[in-house]
Design a protein around this ligand. Structure first.
Ligand SMILES: *Cc1c(COP(=O)(O)O)cnc(C)c1O
Length: 376
């Protein structure tokens, strides 16, 4: 009864609001399906093909140039498709660029920056916590001034979108002479930004780019050469660059689908086109939450993420929230449970999530509210 049959009738698909691996553009998956068994008349599937096959080399180089173009990065950047996810980068960046005599500045805006901070400590390097909002459960972004940074730091680490808590930086402090690293796992390609203000950007594919498996890394060339050479080769950015992201066998299937998604992004007007659509979706959901006395977004208004909308029922009525999750699941809206570390509810509305899906979700929420308002 609650299902939006027009949209759902197609292949019995549901609305997936999960944080990652997340929903992908339907047209991309149809394309994958249509050429899955026989890629470009090669007589074999992309998942069976050597990464040295010219057909795959074409896939990876096209994906690389599409990604660079969308991010507006020039000749001074290298773009890599690595493995191990964002968490591998938590260790790989300090392993390459950490220095025992210098600190690494960390802006702690959520669960993921905390994990990145821990990896730096594990390597016996010196993380320097510049600012943190942990004491207020990360419901706003930390504030800091340029003078809070260590001028001798090896680099500064940020996370652009805090997937778990639902905050997102709208702009970044302009830093002169300090290398900067940003974890963009959950908002890369979602908006227009000066990406060239960062020296290293990374993002696991499974939120906004494609299926899990590959991790996109963009790195400033003049920094790569300063990376340590006394670490295993597989950890060195320079080795991966030298081998065109094929130092070891790359995650071929994931890279292939990412390439198609990047094409899909271009076809939708690039990052400007996506930003306006993403803003429209987020506005719809936040306005619904803000007019409600039943649902509540506790996230500091100016810091709200347009990718992950975190909310609660009342002040965190856990019984009603778990009822919400199970009723939503039964009605065809999946993945709405908040991250296990913070609880509550979360709707992830990445690039591939449609406005219609978000609209339909608000209708479900309204219906749930009508049936359960007396239980609050
Ligand atoms: C999901 C996520 C991670 C972890 O990604 P993995 O690819 O699983 O390692 C790290 N940072 C952010 C911001 C994320 O959203």
């Amino acid at each position: 009864m609650l299902r939006n049959f027009e949209v759902l009738a197609f292949n019995n698909r549901i609305f997936n609001f999960g944080a990652g691996p997340a929903t992908l553009p339907l047209s991309v998956m149809q394309e994958v399906e249509s050429e899955f068994l026989n890629y470009q008349s090669s007589g074999m599937s992309i998942v069976e093909m050597s990464h040295r096959n010219p057909l795959f080399e074409e896939i990876i180089s096209t994906a690389r140039s599409r990604a660079k173009k969308l991010l507006g990065l020039g000749q001074d950047y290298e773009l890599l498709f690595l493995q191990g996810g964002a968490r591998h980068q938590f260790a790989m960046v300090p392993t390459n660029f950490g220095n025992h005599d210098r600190v690494i500045d960390v802006i702690d805006s959520g669960v993921w920056t905390k994990f990145a901070h821990q990896e730096i400590s594990r390597l016996k390097l010196m993380p320097h916590l510049v600012a943190s909002t942990e004491s207020t459960k990360y419901q706003s972004l930390p504030k800091y001034r340029p003078e809070d940074l260590d001028p001798k730091a090896s680099y500064i680490h940020f996370c652009s979108n805090n997937t778990v808590v639902g905050t997102q930086w709208k702009e970044f402090l302009k830093l002169k002479g300090v290398r900067s690293v940003v974890d963009m796992s959950s908002d890369i390609f979602s908006r227009v930004l000066d990406f060239a203000q960062f020296d290293l950007i990374y993002a696991g594919a499974q939120k906004n780019i494609g299926p899990a498996g590959t991790t996109l890394v963009a790195i400033k060339k003049d920094w790569v050469d300063q990376g340590r050479k006394d670490i295993p080769e597989i950890f060195q950015y320079s080795a991966h660059i030298k081998h065109d992201s094929m130092y070891n066998t790359p995650c071929c299937f994931s890279i292939y689908v990412c390439g198609l998604v990047l094409k899909w992004i271009e076809d939708r007007g690039g990052l400007a086109g996506l930003e306006s659509e993403n803003t429209r979706k987020a506005k719809l959901l936040y306005s619904y939450l803000d007019q409600s006395s039943f649902y509540r977004s506790a996230v500091h208004l100016p810091d709200r993420s347009i990718m992950n909308v975190v909310f609660r029922i009342g002040d965190g009525h856990e019984a009603l929230e778990s009822k919400f999750v199970s009723e939503a699941e039964a009605a065809g809206y999946s993945g709405l449970k908040g991250h296990r570390l913070v609880g509550g509810l979360r709707a992830s509305i990445y690039n591939a999530q449609s406005y219609e899906a978000v609209k339909s979700l608000t209708e479900f929420m309204d219906n749930f509210y009508e049936r359960h308002k007396l239980e609050l």
